[in-house]
Structures are given as structure tokens and as C-alpha cells.
Write a protein that binds this ligand. Structure first.
Ligand SMILES: Nc1ncnc2c1ncn2[C@@H]1O[C@H](COP(=O)(O)OP(=O)(O)OP(=O)(O)O)[C@@H](O)[C@H]1O
Length: 302
């Protein structure tokens, strides 16, 4: 548990789309402290976009609660920047008009410089109509609106999917600057695990609508180890994934006590290794670190 303010706090969050029998999210409980850059990862259909739409106040949960910046999602909407996977924009407006509309809708908090930096960094013409933009250019404009809004919480659905490598680099720079200057919290869904490694300091791994891993990336990595040795018994540690290697056996384990001194070669897994091992092994127990655990609710404490 933590006294740090939470950007998101979910308790038993469940949502069923329409009449679907299987919920898109099931009993998800987690806490995302404010000021983090959180990678939201998981396979196709895991529930990532659904979670972002709930946080953006565009859908209501079937059961459970989600607090956003300490309030209900709808109430917090003015403080949130949400970039949907479809990048909805007005096709007839020019890029400059789109930013003007952003300024109009966010009077008193609009940051024109930040919006223009994001939109025009690659030489995009302000007079271009939105309908004539490429997928990556639309993404730039959608991100420019979110950054110009000086949102306290940015909810970005696969923001890097259609950006070229230079634009990805620029986007990460702009996001990290917002975090450093304004304490912005960023939640970013992505399938490009290697790209998230150096940028994200928090991870939410969803699979089948359930939370598999939640916590600071350093804490999650520190809770695991890759052990390689001649024996195949890795007790007392919990094996997430194991297999033979040229040198004997190797396993990615959730450590229970010290891992040194037992004759194993010990390595700290990368974020990508950790995520892949959990996705390949759906029976591995979920892990939510202390800082990612919701504080006891007032009703529960009463
Ligand atoms: N509007 C909808 N109506 C019915 N079912 C939906 C709707 N939106 C999502 N779903 C279902 O909810 C589940 C979660 O979908 P969601 O889009 O949240 O996954 P995702 O993790 O974002 O996937 P991807 O990586 O492919 O974008 C899937 O089974 C999907 O089919």
C-alpha cells in the first residue's frame, strides 16, 4: 500500500460488452501511482482498449469501480487526454484548424507550443486537411491535441503503431518531457515490448481480461530471476517457465528468498522476457506489487 496519489485505482473492475458471455475485463484490481509512464501490454483481445475507454469515461463498468485522478472517470474527463486507436478527428478541418479547436475547447490550459511541436515536427503543412493525412500524420495530430491539452493523465491506445522510427523517438521525448515538467501520468498500450523497456517505469500486463502483472518495472524484474544450472529442480522458487539448454536447465522463476549461492547462473530478466514468459505460461501466478495494490477502501476500513 502507498500514500502516493493514484492516477488510476481499480477495484474488482469488470465489464461485459453487450450480451457477450465472457467479460472483456474480469475482477481487475490495481493501482497506478501518479507521475508514472505505464506500459499497458497483452495479446490481441486482452482488454487494453476496453480499460482505456473505461478510464476515459466513455464506458461504464458492469461491476466494480475505477477511480481516475481521485474522482469518477466522467468527472475527471477535462483533466484527461485520450488518444483512441481509431484517432477520431474532423476530416474536413485543416491541421491548424484542428489545433485551434483544441485551444478553444481547452481555454485556460492549452499549450500551443507543445501542440505545434508534436504536430509539425516532421514538416506537416498546417493547411493540410485531416482527410488527406496518412495514418502516422493523423496520429501526430491526435497526440498534439492530447499534449496541447496539458492533461494530467494521457491515455494512449497504441500511439506508436503507425509512427516512423524518428516520430516514435520524438513522441517518447515529448511524453517524457511532459512527465518531467508537469508530473503527467502516461498509460500507453503497445505490442512493441522492446521499445517500452527504456521508457516505461510501470507495467500492467493484461491477458484474457485479467491482470497478470502490475507494478513498477524495477520491482517486477527484481521479483524474478533467470536461473541456469545442471539440475532441473528450482525449488523453493516458483517456476514461471523452464526448459533445457545446452548447459543443463534454465528457468524464469518468481524468487522465494535469495537466488545466489545455489550454483545457478543468475540473471535479471528483461521486461520483454518477463512479459513473454507470463504470456506463454497462463498458469503462472499473477503478481501485483505493493505499490500497485489498491489502498483499502473507506467502507472496508470502517
Ligand atoms: N464494442 C465491442 N462489442 C463487443 N465486444 C467487444 C467490443 N470491444 C471489444 N470487445 C471485445 O472485448 C475484448 C477485449 O477487446 P479490446 O479491444 O479491449 O482488446 P485489446 O487488448 O485492446 O486488443 P488489441 O491488442 O487487438 O487492440 C475482445 O474479446 C473484444 O472482442
Amino acid at each position: 500500500m502507498s500514500a502516493e496519489p493514484a492516477a488510476l485505482e481499480a477495484r474488482e473492475l469488470t465489464i461485459r460488452h453487450g450480451r457477450r458471455r465472457t467479460p472483456a475485463l474480469r475482477d481487475c484490481s490495481f493501482r497506478l501511482p501518479a507521475g508514472r509512464v505505464c506500459a499497458l501490454v497483452g495479446p490481441n483481445g486482452a482488454g487494453k482498449s476496453t480499460l482505456l475507454t473505461l478510464a476515459a469515461g466513455l464506458r461504464r463498468p458492469t461491476a466494480g469501480t475505477l477511480r481516475v485522478l481521485g474522482a469518477g472517470p466522467a468527472e475527471s474527463r477535462p483533466r484527461i487526454g485520450y488518444v483512441a486507436q481509431t484517432r477520431p478527428l474532423y476530416p474536413r478541418l485543416t491541421v491548424a484548424d484542428t489545433l485551434r479547436l483544441g485551444a478553444e475547447l481547452n481555454r485556460g490550459r492549452w499549450d500551443q507550443d507543445a501542440a505545434e511541436r508534436a504536430a509539425y515536427a516532421a514538416g506537416l503543412d498546417p493547411r493540410s486537411r485531416v482527410r488527406a493525412l496518412s495514418g502516422g500524420q493523423r496520429t501526430r495530430v491526435a497526440l498534439a491535441l492530447a499534449l496541447g491539452k496539458r492533461a494530467e493523465l494521457l491515455l494512449l491506445d497504441e500511439p506508436m503503431a503507425d509512427l516512423d522510427p524518428v516520430a516514435r523517438h520524438q513522441l517518447m521525448g515529448a511524453l517524457l518531457a511532459a512527465v518531467a515538467e508537469h508530473g503527467t501520468t502516461v498509460v500507453m498500450s503497445s505490442h512493441v515490448l522492446a521499445e517500452l523497456e527504456g521508457t516505461c517505469d510501470h507495467l500492467l500486463l493484461l491477458d484474457g481480461g485479467r491482470i497478470r502483472l502490475a507494478g513498477a518495472t524495477d520491482d517486477l524484474r527484481a521479483a524474478h530471476a533467470r536461473l541456469t544450472g545442471t539440475a532441473s529442480d528450482f525449488a523453493p522458487h516458483t517456476v514461471v517457465e523452464s526448459g533445457p539448454t545446452g548447459r543443463g536447465h534454465t528457468a524464469l522463476v518468481r524468487s522465494r528468498g535469495p537466488v545466489d549461492g545455489a550454483g545457478w547462473l543468475v540473471e535479471r530478466p528483461s521486461l520483454e522476457e518477463l512479459v513473454l514468459a507470463h504470456l506463454r505460461n497462463p498458469d503462472a501466478p499473477a503478481l501485483r506489487t505493493e505499490h500497485a495494490t489498491p489502498t483499502p477502501s473507506q467502507e472496508a476500513a470502517a
